[in-house]
Design a protein around this ligand. Structure first.
Ligand code: MN
Length: 180
């Protein structure tokens, strides 16, 4: 009896993993009807009539193009989600291409509605540039960049609080906040 209870407890614990992703789909496809915005209030996009779906609803061109990395981070994100491919609606998947200049970075961030996995990474020895392709488990993963959220929030977080949290002088916090 005790061992059965232990087994049950073990199964319950192993089933409580947290995974962020879209809920299971109810149909083969549900091309996002962006023209219906404001008519229906659903979590995501309503489907357009499947009889009106066209090839273009499932197509995106441009992932082969390098993004412009001439910025402070030295990186460029090219997202391909339901905003770019209407047919991704409800399918629980999207892609992102990130280009890196030498010493570039994609700053620390989270995707509130998805988990992310690297599927391709390529480093060009000639140019010292790199490119990464990642898959995300949502049609619309969202992104929260940590430095923007902490130091660039509006209204701003008090420099007293940030100075104590990061254990630095207030001037340093003010200096970072001024960058946003
Ligand atoms: Mn990401």
């Amino acid at each position: 009896m005790a061992s059965k209870f232990f087994l049950l407890a073990l199964m319950a614990m192993s089933a409580s993993r947290a995974l962020a992703s879209d809920p299971g789909q109810l149909q083969d496809f549900c091309v996002a009807d962006r023209t219906s915005q404001g008519m229906f209030f659903v979590n995501g996009f309503a489907c357009k009539d499947p009889k009106t779906a066209v090839v273009e609803d499932f197509f995106f061109s441009g992932l082969h193009m390098a993004g412009n990395t001439s910025n402070k981070q030295g990186s460029a994100v090219t997202a391909v989600n339901v905003a770019h491919i209407a047919g991704l609606n409800t399918l629980g998947i999207s892609l992102v291409r990130v280009d890196y200049a030498p010493n570039g970075q994609n700053p620390p961030h989270i995707h509130p509605r998805a988990t992310e996995g690297l599927i391709h990474f390529q480093f060009n020895l000639g140019t010292n540039k790199a490119v990464a392709i990642a898959a995300l488990s949502s049609k619309n993963p969202g992104v929260i960049t940590v430095n923007n959220a902490v130091f660039g929030s509006k209204p701003s977080i008090s420099d007293d609080i940030l100075a104590k949290a990061f254990q630095v002088d207030k001037n340093i916090v003010d200096n970072i906040q001024a960058q946003f």
